[in-house]
Design a protein around this ligand. Structure first.
Ligand code: CU
Ligand code: ZN
Length: 368
């Protein structure tokens, strides 16, 4: 079928809206009609050329939500008409990692996904006979996409898809960091560095876990206001003295749990140093630049602090994304506050401009 999609043709240049050919889903695959898709930093990171593993031409986009239109042979978990959220982090439920509660890093299709291929090593996207590679296994800046069944989370059809799509990436990453990786205990103190989508999700996750005190640090007063809306009890404008300020706010010891959601290695260091002596856990959610390293003074570790890394919040997507969507429908997570702009597919580059201007939290493409 012919589809319209936003194609990354040349790094650093605007995406081009083009007509492409999308083949039918093969065995284990699903054709999804996109209804909404968030514009995320990772898309921009690749489009800019900064991502060393990036390739072109490809169709970007990974924060998608839509409706199942056709299924390939052997697909059992979704059927026509189901509402789904796309998962760049799949869950096959069979590999060694999927069967272990300690990680969400499914091993089933990593290799092919990194190459821009579907699990059988080919692509469904093409242009005049030339294969076009998929991006993050999702390629959701498009009217339709074909994805493996193991990379789709079936969600309650009551949930508006322009809200549900945010659970495809940043929001679940933050929620999961607090709920899965750190397993924040009730009555504790937390500090979250960065109040973008991931950090705000972490604030919400800490609140849902029953944290007593949640300090959020960011450079933008507007974002700190949003953090208060998600449950932050204290907010700080970031800077060199952020560690001292957090220590002062937490009885002189630091926070039981800290979260880093900026990708800046200096901020990561602050997250380690503001974790409490004895048992403080610093969880790293941000993606640092290639070649950057995190500087940790060993004394901080000897005295009982721990550092954890969290990818997609440790979320096993097919299981937990539907649960998060249910929590949103129950009124426990305020997703509306994150959707700052609605765009059409043709305006996708405007989504990047808004992000670079730090205008709002998320632009959502509306395919209707
Ligand atoms: Cu993302
Ligand atoms: Zn797996």
């Amino acid at each position: 079928m012919k589809i319209r999609a936003a194609v990354l043709e040349e790094f650093g240049a605007p995406l081009e809206i083009q007509e492409l050919e999308l083949a039918e889903p093969k065995a284990g695959e699903v054709l999804v009609r996109l209804v909404a898709c968030g514009v995320c930093h990772t898309d921009l990171y690749t489009a800019s050329g900064a991502d060393p593993s990036g390739y072109s031409p490809t169709v970007l986009g990974h924060e998608g939500a839509g409706v199942v239109e056709r299924i390939g042979d052997g697909v059992t978990d979704v059927e026509l008409g189901d509402h789904v959220v796309t998962l760049f982090s799949p869950q096959c439920r069979e590999c060694e990692h999927c069967r272990d509660h300690r990680t969400n890093l499914c091993l089933a299709i990593r290799e092919q996904q990194n190459q821009g291929q579907l699990p059988d090593g080919t692509t469904r996207l093409s242009r005049a006979g030339e294969p076009i590679r998929h991006f993050m296994g999702t390629s959701t800046f498009a009217e339709y996409t074909v994805m493996p069944e193991i990379a789709l989370a079936k969600v309650d059809p009551e949930a508006p898809l322009d809200r549900a799509c945010l659970f495809a990436c940043g929001l679940s990453t933050g929620l999961g960091a607090a709920m899965n990786t750190a397993k924040v205990a009730p009555g504790t103190t937390c500090a979250v560095f960065g109040a973008g989508m991931v950090g705000l999700g972490a604030v919400a996750g800490c609140r849902l876990q029953g944290a007593e005190r949640i300090v959020c640090v960011d450079l933008s007063e507007d974002r700190l206001e949003l953090a208060r809306g998600q449950g932050a009890t204290d907010t700080l404008v970031g800077g060199p003295d952020a560690v001292q300020q957090i220590v002062d706010l937490t009885d002189g010891f630091g926070a039981d749990y800290t979260f880093e959601a900026t990708g800046n290695v200096n901020v990561m260091r602050q997250a380690v140093e503001s974790a409490r002596m004895g048992w403080g856990l610093a969880t790293m959610c941000g993606v640092a630049g290639k070649g950057e390293t995190l500087d940790v003074i060993p004394r901080f570790l000897i005295t009982g602090r721990r550092v954890a890394g969290s990818s997609f919040g440790g979320v096993k997507g097919r299981d937990q994304v539907p649960q998060f969507v249910d929590m949103y429908l129950a009124g426990d997570i305020d997703v509306d506050a994150f959707v700052s702009h609605k765009l059409k597919l043709d305006e996708v580059n405007r989504g990047f401009e808004l992000m670079e201007a730090r205008d709002g939290i998320r632009s959502v493409i509306d395919f209707a």
